[in-house]
Structure formats: C-alpha cells, structure tokens
Design a protein around this ligand. Structure first.
Ligand SMILES: Nc1ncnc2c1ncn2[C@@H]1O[C@H](COP(=O)(O)OP(=O)(O)OP(=O)(O)O)[C@@H](O)[C@H]1O
Ligand SMILES: O=P(O)(O)OC[C@H]1O[C@H](OP(=O)(O)OP(=O)(O)O)[C@H](O)[C@@H]1O
Ligand SMILES: O=C(O)c1cccnc1
Length: 479
C-alpha cells in the first residue's frame, strides 16, 4: 500500500518549539517521551492498542518537501532560511519502542516510548497521538462488541457514517484486530486483506416493481452469496415469504439462499419468527443477519431475548466509538538531556493521577506461571532488571496494599520498533495481529475483561521508580 507523506500533519506549536530549540541551539539534545492513556474508554477494563502499522509508515515517510518548506516560509515569517534548511535534512534518527498491535493495554503505562533528539521527538507527537487514539478507541469498542457476539459473524458496516475516509478504513482494520470477520468497505478489504462482505440496500427493492422480482433478480446475479434484505415493506408478511420463494427457486438450480437480513423493527421477535418460517420451509441452512444501530448493549439484549441471529452488521456505533468520541491519550516528556546525561523530568498536577511518571521505563506483564494469568503490569526504570526473585507489587497510590509474586514470567511489552532511525521490527500481517490479540486476552482474568464494572487491573511501579517519583514530587512541591 502507498502510504502518504504526513510530515506536516503536526500542530504548529511543535514546529514553533522546534524553531525555538534550533534558535537556542538545544535542538540536538536527547529527549524521552511516553505515549499513554489515563483512562480506558467506555468504562472498559482494558484498551486494545492499535495504530502501530500506520505510525511506522509515518515515521519512515517523514520528509519535508519543497512545497512544505515554501508553505512554512509563507506561514511564519520568523522562521529563518537556515532553519528551513535544517528541516530539509529532517529524518527520524532516534529509537521507538512500542507495544505490539492488538496488545491488551492499561492506563498509565507507556504504549509507545520515543527516544530522540528533541527536534524529532517533539514533532511526531501529534501524528502519533492522532493515530494511536483513534485506532485504539475503535479496536476497544470492537472488542466489547466481540465479547458479546461470541462466535457469531461480525461485519463492519460503518463507512457511510464514519468521521471521513481515513477513519473508515483504519477503523475497519482496528475492528478486524479485535475480532470482526469482515468489512463492507472494499478499499479496506483491498488495502488490509480483510474479507469484504456485502448484502444489498433498500434501493434495490425500491428499484423493482415488486419485492419478489427484486429478490429473484439479485439471487440470479449472485446465487451463491445472496443475502436478502427483508424489511422494505413488511418483514413477516412479504419479506420473509418472498425470500423463501427465492430460496426455493435457487434450490431448483441446485443452489442455496445464504441469508436474510433484518434492518428494522423488533429484531428479537422478527428473528425468532423468521427462524420458524425458514425452518418450516426446510431452510434451516439460511442464516439470519441483523443490522440497525447495533452496539454491544443492543446485541446483548437481543441475545437475552433469545434472538435467532447468526451474524451482525455493525456500523455507526462502532466506527464513531459511540459514547466516547475520543480516546484521551497523551504524550509526555519523561527525560531530557542535561550535560550529556539523561535526567528524569516530572509534570505535577493537583490531581495525583495526572502526575507524570518520570524517566525512561519498561513495562512488564507479570504472568503467574501457575495460573497462566497476569498478576498485573509492573513498570520499572529501563536499567532495572526484573528477574526471578520474588517480586513485590504494590499499589503506587496506596503502597500499604501489596503482594509478592513468586513463580512468574515478566514479559517486556515494549518492543524495539526503530533503533537509530532504522526500522528493526517487521510489521506482522493483520491476521497475525488478530491472533496475537486473542492470545493476549487469555492472560487477563475475566474480572478485568467483563463489560460492566470491571475490576481495575494493577499497573504498579517498581520501588525504585516509585521512590524517584515521590522524591521528585516532594522536591518540586517545595520549590
Ligand atoms: N428487541 C430489541 N431489544 C432491544 N433493542 C432493539 C430490539 N430490536 C431492535 N432494537 C434496537 O432498537 C433501536 C431502535 O430501533 P427502532 O425500532 O427505532 O428502529 P427502526 O425499527 O429501524 O425504526 P424505523 O422503522 O423508523 O427505521 C435500534 O438500535 C435497534 O437495533
Ligand atoms: O445502523 P448501522 O450500525 O450504522 O449500520 C449501517 C446501516 O447502514 C445501512 O442503512 P442505510 O439506511 O444507510 O441504507 P439502506 O438504504 O441500505 O438501508 C444499513 O442498512 C444499516 O442499517
Ligand atoms: O452490505 C450491507 O448490507 C451494508 C453495507 C454497508 C452499510 N450497510 C449495509
């Protein structure tokens, strides 16, 4: 796939800071930033990390074109020509560590760590957050829907209601990571190798003299995959009986009707009645698909009512992350270079949960070897070793709450993606990302995964990191 050059896809304040650093001759100093969220969306117990693929291509394609340089020159007369020359030579030369796509991630732990010249690290903030926040939001919404739908087929139908074209295709991809089986968007299908699926619209029926004729013509054209939309006039009195007639017609040709689609009315009642009618006509192989403003809540309620629905088309509420229009991921400076040494930095806040955690850090998932489940995540300074000694895990806000973990494996979640500007990570195919996601879910206790009132997952700090944070908070509070 051709990835666009998104170099100017940044906020002006980043370029202003780059310019000010350049003027102050501080632009080559090293800096470390963490990208993380403070809260899971949808009151969920976890977030599905997505967006790495696009971020990697964004970094590889960073280059200010002559057109970009001309634009910057016109846009801000303060920018000196030598600065613009510096931008002409711009490329990413630092390190990026990130979680793998599909990872089960939690608030207050870095999803991505960037180590680079401040000149570079500052500029890429905007695009990294833009991509990570949207794709992770949609992957998390899709994951909630997947939990309710179980093994039923899930098709993403959102393009027409998505917040524009990019959101449609990257949202379709995020949904696939979390367990959707297909998308209606052909471009997403082509770009990402997602199965593209489709039925037909009401316009197909309206465009014929009768529903019966419309079904017959559609089934003639696409006999092996016809899914007939049965709610244009009267689902039980005309739509399903006409679909059955079409099924019978196909059977005379040795073919089979695939499914019917319900798109309005009481989907529980109509699916139960529809199932009976199809079965009585000897068409128990004909599946029932439903659509119409579905989300995890409606699907759950339909299942509770005994709905006989085999597959679900989910559009608007998935692709727009309904009820949570944006994931609030942030990108915070955690270390800077001073006299050739990296020193940790902190940002204080009245709200303790908003105080940043200083220093370059690693995130470990602590898997209990006995249960094969995670005991929580453990954030340590990059140079610390977390090995087989018993690990004390304590709540960073209530350190008197602690536990010791004995027989565990500490999995380092942040993988090297770029080292010295060179991509060192092979982006896996989407199918593999989905499998990885499923496997990671299996390490998390159901208490954290449940949709309603999930238990808060432990994201703990090593003692050394916790102490450093406390000391820095104290020092700055006294200043
Ligand atoms: N049995 C059910 N239980 C709970 N929610 C349902 C049930 N059946 C349908 N819904 C959902 O209720 C919402 C509203 O459905 P509503 O009946 O207003 O739409 P509609 O039938 O499409 O109306 P219209 O005919 O005007 O298009 C949709 O999100 C739909 O998925
Ligand atoms: O409800 P969503 O979850 O957003 O899923 C997508 C919706 O888009 C279509 O309706 P639309 O009225 O746009 O077109 P139609 O004429 O084909 O029904 C489809 O029938 C779904 O209801
Ligand atoms: O294939 C479908 O049925 C479909 C596609 C997009 C939106 N709504 C429905």
């Amino acid at each position: 796939m051709e990835y666009e050059n998104l170099t100017l896809h940044t906020d002006k304040y980043q370029i202003n800071m780059m310019y000010a650093h350049w003027k102050n001759n501080s632009h080559n100093r090293q800096a470390v930033f963490d990208a993380y969220i403070r809260k899971n969306p949808f009151r969920n117990g976890y977030t599905v990390f997505a967006g790495l693929d696009r971020i990697v291509h964004y970094i590889n394609n960073l280059k200010f074109t002559e057109e970009d340089i001309d634009y910057l020159r016109q846009q801000e007369e303060n920018y000196e020509e030598e600065f613009l020359d510096e931008l002409r030579r711009f490329a990413f030369t630092g390190n990026i560590y990130a979680m793998r796509e599909g990872e089960i991630a939690f608030p207050n732990e870095p999803f991505i760590r960037v180590e680079a010249r401040i000149f570079e690290a500052q500029m890429i903030e905007t695009a990294i957050l833009n991509v990570m926040n949207y794709q992770s939001l949609i992957a998390t919404k899709a994951s909630r829907i997947k939990q309710v739908a179980g093994n039923d087929t899930l098709i993403e139908f959102g393009t027409r209601r998505a917040q524009e074209a990019d959101a449609a295709i990257w949202g379709a991809r995020a949904a696939y990571i979390a367990g959707f089986h297909g998308t209606s968007n052909m471009r997403a299908g082509k770009l990402f190798n997602i199965p593209a699926k489709g039925t037909h619209a009401h316009s197909w029926i309206q465009d014929h003299d009768s529903e019966e004729e419309a079904f017959a013509n559609f089934a003639e054209a696409l006999p092996d995959q016809s899914v007939l939309l049965v709610d244009t006039y009267d689902t039980l009195r005309s739509g399903i009986p006409n679909a059955i007639k079409t099924g019978e017609m196909l059977e005379t040709q040795g073919k089979k009707l695939k499914a019917i689609r319900l798109d309005s009315g009481d989907l529980a009642r109509l699916s139960i009645e529809g199932r009976k009618m199809l079965d009585e006509a000897g068409m128990d192989h004909v599946e029932i698909m439903a659509s119409n403003d579905l989300d995890e809540e409606v699907i759950m309620h339909l299942k509770m009512q005994g709905a006989k629905i085999d597959s679900w088309g989910v559009g608007t509420k998935l692709i727009t992350g309904a009820r949570k229009p944006a994931l609030g991921g942030v990108y915070k400076l955690v270390a800077r270079e001073d006299e050739n040494k990296l020193i940790p930095v902190i940002k204080l806040s009245e709200d303790l949960a908003k105080v940043t955690t200083p220093g370059p850090k690693k995130v470990y998932r602590i898997i209990n070897r006995r249960t094969n489940k995670s005991e929580g995540d453990y954030i340590a300074l990059s140079y610390e070793t977390v090995n087989d000694k018993p690990l004390k895990m304590f709540d960073p806000f209530f350190p008197q709450k602690f536990k010791y973990v004995h027989d565990y494996e500490a999995i380092d979640l942040l993988k090297p993606i770029f080292i010295n500007g060179k991509q060192v990570y092979d982006l896996p195919p989407l199918e593999e990302i989905h499998r990885y996601h499923e496997e990671q879910l299996s390490y998390i206790w159901p208490e954290t995964l449940r949709l309603l009132n999930p238990q808060t997952y432990y994201v703990d700090l090593s003692y050394e990191l916790w102490k450093m944070k406390q000391d820095m908070m104290e020092k700055h509070s006294m200043e």
